[in-house]
Design a protein around this ligand. Structure first.
Ligand code: S3P
Length: 176
């Protein structure tokens, strides 16, 4: 089976949905952020603060290049992974791209903890809501390139998983 690649903004549930989906359809699971942390031997927060975003994006690119070689994976990307068109193209080669979205309020409450999401912190000049809105606006076109989109605002990762499974069956990607 093709890989199933989850893209979307921070706080849309890519990791929890990815895990649930992988176990539901019997695929391996890979989380891009987790693999970056493993490769770097430090947390995302530490990479950003000690080495900078460019270094983080290079790790991200390396992880995508490695993962794109596989099949039968559910891959949860980081919110900025597909900002790089080469990353998106690689993931599209043998993957179906699913975008998770959420309302501004849902993203706001799911990303409340400062320090965990350095890109959001860097845009936050005292107004978290505005920082999210601006970043969302700048990335809307990128996420719109997905094959299928699910709004996760009001539903659990398990419900999102069921929605994605229906889609994959409908498209003949997943067989019953
Ligand atoms: C980022 C999102 C994060 C992580 C890094 C950069 C972004 O992943 O990759 O902090 O640029 O949106 P999540 O979407 O899993 O929070």
């Amino acid at each position: 089976m093709k890989n199933v690649v989850l893209i979307g903004f921070m706080g849309t549930g890519k990791t929890s949905t990815g895990k649930a989906l992988a176990s539901r359809i019997g695929c391996a699971f890979a989380d891009v952020d987790q693999r970056i942390e493993r490769a770097a031997g430090m947390t995302i927060k530490e990479i950003f603060s000690q080495k900078g975003e460019a270094c983080f994006r290079q790790y991200e690119k390396d992880v995508v290049q490695e993962l794109a070689r596989h099949k039968n994976f559910v891959i949860s990307t980081g919110g900025g992974t597909v900002k790089d068109p080469e990353n998106l193209a690689l993931l599209q080669q043998n993957g179906i791209i699913i975008c998770l979205t959420a309302s501004l309020d849902a993203i706001l409450s799911r990303t409340e903890k400062h320090g965990v999401r350095p890109v959001l912190d860097a845009h936050d000049h005292g107004d978290r809501r505005q920082a999210i809105q601006e970043l969302l606006d700048s990335r809307r076109g990128i996420y719109a390139q997905a094959d299928y989109t699910v709004d996760t605002s009001m539903v659990s990762p398990l419900q999102v998983t069921t929605d994605i499974v229906y889609y994959l069956k409908r498209e003949g990607i997943l067989h019953a």
